[in-house]
Design a protein around this ligand. Structure first.
Ligand SMILES: [Zn+2]
Ligand SMILES: [Zn+2]
Length: 381
């Protein structure tokens, strides 16, 4: 299941202010506090969820990051380990980097736009959607992907000018990228029509790239997907996006993970849920069943005598790994008692006898039937 929105967790509208957040959190904390909700795992989970949401939203910087990127802001590369860790595993693994790097780069005035555009422009960021299986999300995987992208033109080395000639300062705007025109009483400033705001013109454009300084190409990348990713996890490969225009810096590549639904397991964060059929005899008498685990193994689980459909059993540590380390979730097995079908004559005979014995064994009938009888009696009156 996808992670809930932090504002939603606290019952707030997106972008609520600090006061509202504090108030909403206090309210939730009071309501869901474990002292008030003994043996209520749902309240416990919600309490944790509210704490996590508040940890992020109370911090102005983290809140700004969350408002901008959602949960993706805190996935991958957040921990100190991710920075130093993957280096040395090849060029692309080392490109794992902290989402905050580019975030704060923008805040600190590294932002684009405004003023004159420089001739060199940063390349676009690219998004690549990657679907993987739950098994791969469990174990992590190394994957080669082919990304259609723009790379620096080899013929002109990215300058866009043919045969080693240099781009010229635009004669129309003298390199300002903007021109002024008198319109009635006003002076209007607009983007230079000659150079489209670049401030430079190329007399003799490169024939390979038509003066763009880059060409389209499919790039093959080896990507390291860490264990514990889930749908919505975003992995940033710095400098693997499109090449910049005329020698500008390269954009980044973002890999968005989508994890396929699994035939056996349902996932909720790090926990896994598996519904396991159990025979009437095993459910009634108790016994042992064998269940599959996500690592491809199997575990034996004791079924207590008299188990009903819906009974849950927990296998500790048999869930998914946490993305930023910190161990594994649990696996929950939910029993589903199966009614036997396609009976032989002998089985039929035994069941009929069993039914007869059950009536003799419990002549008052079950509490359900007593309730029904009372209900009907009350309707008569
Ligand atoms: Zn110009
Ligand atoms: Zn070129």
């Amino acid at each position: 299941m996808a992670k809930r929105d932090y504002y939603e967790v606290l019952g707030l509208a997106r972008g609520a202010d600090a006061d509202a957040i504090k108030k909403a959190y206090r309210q939730k904390a009071k309501e869901l506090h474990p002292d008030r909700n003994k043996d209520n795992p749902q309240a416990e989970a919600q309490f944790k969820e509210a704490n996590e949401a508040y940890e992020v939203l109370k911090d102005a910087d983290k809140k700004a990051a969350y408002d901008r990127f959602g949960h993706a802001a805190f996935e991958n590369g957040m921990g100190g380990g991710a920075r130093g860790g993957p280096r040395g595993q090849g060029d692309f693994a080392s490109a794992f980097s902290d989402v905050f790097d580019d975030l704060f780069g923008d805040f600190m005035g590294g932002g684009r736009g405004g003023g004159r555009r420089s001739a060199a422009q940063r390349g676009n960021d690219l998004r690549y959607n990657l679907r993987i299986n739950l098994e791969d999300a469990y174990a992590g995987l190394q994957k080669t992907i082919n990304v259609p992208t723009a790379v620096t033109c080899g013929s002109c080395k990215g300058t866009g000018a043919e045969g080693g000639s240099e781009p010229q300062t635009c004669p129309t705007c003298s390199g300002m990228g903007k021109v002024r025109a008198q319109q009635g009483f006003f002076t209007v400033e607009r983007t230079c029509p000659t150079c489209s705001g670049m401030g430079q013109t190329i007399k003799n454009p490169c024939q390979t790239c038509h003066g763009q300084g880059r060409v389209q190409k499919e790039k093959s990348l080896s990507v390291n997907i860490p264990a514990g990713v889930e749908t919505g996890t975003r992995i940033r490969l710095a400098g693997e996006g499109e090449a910049g225009m005329r020698g500008g810096p390269t954009g980044d590549l973002y890999i968005f993970i989508e994890v396929n639904a699994h035939a056996l397991f349902e996932r909720d964060n790090t926990n896994l849920y598996c519904r396991v059929p159990v025979s009437i005899a095993t459910a009634a008498l108790g016994g042992e069943i064998e269940v599959p685990t996500i690592d491809g193994g199997r575990s034996r689980v004791k079924v207590p005598e008299g188990s009903q459909t819906g009974r849950q059993m927990r296998l500790r540590g048999k869930g998914m790994p946490a993305l930023r380390g910190g161990g594994f979730g649990d696996m929950f097995i939910e029993l589903a008692v199966e009614t036997p079908v396609k009976l032989t004559a002998r089985q039929r005979e035994i069941l009929k006898e069993f039914e007869k014995l059950s009536e003799e064994n419990n002549p008052q009938g079950s509490s359900f039937f007593n309730s029904v009888k009372n209900f009907w009696d009350s309707m008569k009156g």
